[in-house]
Structures are given as C-alpha cells and as structure tokens.
Design a protein around this ligand. Structure first.
Ligand code: ATP
Ligand code: MG
Length: 433
C-alpha cells in the first residue's frame, strides 16, 4: 500500500480525554477512531492488525476442532429469562433495546443461551457429540468504567467458543487442549513470555475457571504468580487453602498487576438442563449435554500488545500481527530516480508476497521517520540517494533499534514471505499427542 493514498493521518497528540496508553498510541498512529468512551472504530491499519490477531485465533481454534459460526447480536429476552440471566439485578452489563412493537431485546454480552437453544436442533444422539462451535463477533457490555482504551470496550470483539460433550471426562480432555491452543495464541501474538494460566473463580459447576493473564501495569486485575511453575492465582480466590490445594507456597508467589486476555469455564449442565439440550447415549438413556465456554478478546489482545511492547516513540508490533511486514521510506522527494527505484523495490517485494507500506508522501525525512516509529512496522528500509549509489539499503529493526547497511540485492533475495500458517511445531505435536 502507498502511504500517499492511505486516508488516515497520524497525529502528534492524542485526544485529551484519552487516558490509556494503548488508545493514545492507536489513535495517534491512525489505527482506531474513538467514537465515545469505550467505543472505537477500526481504520485500515487497525483492521489489518485486528484481522491478523483474529486469524491466529481462528487457526488455533480450528486446530482443536472448532467450527466457525456467526450469531446475532440481538437477543431474545425469553431465552435469557429461562436461565435467570435477563434481569439487570442479575446481569448488570446488559444493553437493551425496544422494538416498535414495544417488545424488548438485548444486545449479546455472551452467547451461552442462544447457542444452547440453537444446538437443540442439531444434537440428538451421542453420535452428534462432541462439537465445538465458535465465533468472532461484536459483544456489548454496559461497563461502568471504560478508561482502558480498546482493552475495555462497551462494544468489543470476542472470540467465544463453546464445547458440547457427552461426559465430564470428554469435557476435561477438550478443556486441557484448549489451554494449549490459548497459550499458542498468546505465544504467536508476542505475549507468550508474560501470560500466565491463572486459577480464578469457577462459578457453580467447577471449583475454578482458568484465566489467561498478561502481566502489565495497565492491568485491572491482581494475580499472584509462581514464575517457575508458570501459573498464577487471581486475588479473588487467593486463600491459604487454595494455595496449598494447588501445591504452591506463599513464598514463591509474587503479586502482579495483569490484564485478563482470556477466560475458560467448565459449565457442566448449567445451561443444557434448563434449555433442554439432551442427547440419547449409547445405553439408550437421555442425558444432558456437558458444556464449557472459552472467551478471548481480539481487541483486548491488540491493546495489551500495545501496552506491553511500545516505547516512547510509538508502537512496536510483533511481525505476526504487524499491519505490514516492511515499511519502505522513500527519501526521493527531490530525486526522481530515487523515487522510481523505491517503487521498483516496492513492486519486487510485493511480488515475493511480502506486504509493504511505501512512504511515498511528499514530506520531510524527519516526519517520515517519526511516523514510521509511531506506526511500528518491525522492519524499515530507507531508500535514498546515498543508499542507491552504494547499491545498498538501510535496514532498521523497530524493536531493537539496530540499523544495518546491506547490499540491496542480498537483502531482497534473502526476504522470504512469512508462511500463512506458522503454528508452533512443538505445540502442534502436543495437540496431536
Ligand atoms: P473483565 O473481568 O475484564 O470485565 P470478564 O471476566 O467479564 O472481563 P469474560 O466474560 O471472561 O470477561 O470475557 C471473555 C474475554 O473477553 C475476556 O477474557 C477478555 O479478553 C474479553 N473481554 C471481556 N470484556 C471485555 C471488554 N469490555 N472489552 C474488551 N474485551 C473484553
Ligand atoms: Mg473473565
């Protein structure tokens, strides 16, 4: 893409009412637009990042048997009354809206109820189980505070997968697999080293749920981390009894602020019983389906990456989620030959499948470099009179700040487009096993 045709503009200052670092940088870089507190629109650069994150999640969910669907946001009140989750005194984040007829509908904050009902049309026998539908879809929550940028939206995107199994045993097997798939996602988006599987409150059917918490001062949660065992306990369940039940010791647990990037739940038959989702087992008996739910927020992950990996100059995207692989800075404003050459390099890289943003704007070098640091593409290539004469390109890596002069031919020939599917081999084997 040519930057001269990108309609978004970078800006030096974030809006005054934006207190979070992630939204400030994302707005300044032209990734998102703030519509209202907790409500953001995604612009071309931001959408590219969001789709890359979503695709990584999609690949990992497909790898454990997920089947993608897309459900409606508008929700039928009756079904939520069946499970006692319609009343605002029970669920305090509902957005509700009134039809012309006077009937009220809700805007989905999660989808256990409608999906359980939907599945009654498709699950009858043990032969129909297990099954794992998921979606990547807008959720609505009337959050009291929305000061964490895209990490806490009133409208946001969630990947929600639901598991439907015959028995607790079959459920547990999938539940453990999902933990590996989730850690694969966080590894692949660059948050692997700072994200911990965390014991959290489990609700009625399970002792615990498991959260995926990324250590960050921008976090709203407090967890206690065992760095050797790579697990943590959420403060909401942090008691002497839980610590000893988990075989941990207080001395090795460190208090940290963290961001909840994912949460998985064992639901037992909490939804299948009231909504009549049953199956006929091999023994001819009718039994309720055993369920689980598995949430992960692509928009919150995007904010978490910015919080975790930015510096004073701007964002530092990991290659896996960067809007482009390479940022070419064309310094040929006053030199047609340099401009022409930058265009040739751009075309050649594109033909190799490398995604490129070409800064061909008619602006000064200082502004181009500052914008490039702000936008945060991992590799920047400068093409100028000087580099051209030497047959070189100047390559600068955003994360290390390291700059190297290298033969242009060597550099281009050495670049290989990232394979679309780069699932970690180790984790892939774990899943297969
Ligand atoms: P929190 O405690 O932060 O409000 P939650 O526990 O209510 O979150 P879940 O219902 O577990 O959230 O949702 C599953 C996932 O969806 C979360 O782990 C997070 O990644 C994402 N998510 C939840 N609420 C929001 C939000 N308001 N904005 C962006 N992402 C969210
Ligand atoms: Mg949660």
């Amino acid at each position: 893409m040519r930057q001269s045709s990108l309609f978004t503009k970078t800006r030096k200052e974030a809006p005054k009412d934006e207190v979070s670092k992630n939204a400030s940088l994302l707005i300044r870089g032209g990734f998102v637009h703030k519509e209202a507190a907790g409500v953001y629109s995604f612009l071309p650069l931001g959408l590219r990042v969001l789709e890359k994150i979503s695709n990584i999640i999609r690949e990992e969910m497909d790898a454990i048997g997920g089947q993608e669907i897309l459900m409606s946001s508008l929700q039928d009140k009756n079904i939520w009354e069946t499970t006692n989750r319609w009343d605002d005194s029970v669920v305090d984040v509902w957005f509700k809206t009134t039809l012309k007829s006077g009937a009220v509908m809700g805007l989905g904050f999660t989808h256990e109820e409608p999906l359980t009902r939907l599945m009654t049309n498709h699950i009858n026998s043990y032969k129909d189980l297990p099954v794992y539908p998921y979606q990547i879809q807008n959720k609505f929550r009337n959050e009291v505070r929305a000061k964490s940028g895209v990490m806490r939206g009133r409208e946001f995107i969630m990947k929600d997968l639901y598991s439907f199994s015959r028995t607790n045993e079959e459920h547990n097997e999938f539940y453990e697999k999902s933990k590996i798939a989730y850690m694969n996602v966080f590894d692949r988006v660059g948050l692997g080293g700072t994200t911990y599987i965390t014991f959290a409150s489990g609700g009625v059917f399970a002792k615990y749920s498991h959260e995926f918490q990324t250590i960050s001062d921008a976090g709203e949660d407090i967890i206690y981390v065992d760095e050797d065992k790579k697990i943590a306990i959420n403060e909401e369940v942090y008691t002497d009894k839980v610590i000893s039940d988990l075989g941990l010791s207080k001395e090795s647990l460190i208090e940290k602020k963290s961001i909840e990037v994912g949460n998985i739940f064992s639901l037992g038959t909490k939804f299948s019983e009231p909504l009549g989702l049953n199956y006929v087992d091999e023994d001819g008996k009718t039994k309720p389906v055993v369920m689980g739910s598995y949430g992960l927020g692509p928009t919150r992950v995007m904010g978490t990456i910015v919080e975790s990996l930015s510096d004073e100059k701007g964002i530092v995207w990991p290659k896996s989620v960067s809007p482009f692989d390479v940022h070419i800075i064309d310094l040929g404003n006053k030199n047609e030959e340099v401009k022409k050459h930058a265009e040739e390099v751009y075309q050649e890289l594109k033909s190799k499948g490398v995604s490129v943003l070409l800064d061909d704007r008619n602006t000064g070098a200082g502004e181009k470099f500052a914008d490039s640091d702000l936008i945060g593409i991992p590799t920047r290539i400068v093409i100028s009179e000087k580099t051209m004469q030497a047959g070189n390109v100047e390559v600068k890596y955003r994360s290390s700040g390291e700059t190297v002069m290298i033969s242009e031919r060597e550099y281009i020939d050495g670049l290989v487009a990232e394979p679309a599917n780069n699932l970690s081999a180790i984790n892939r084997n774990k899943l297969a096993g």
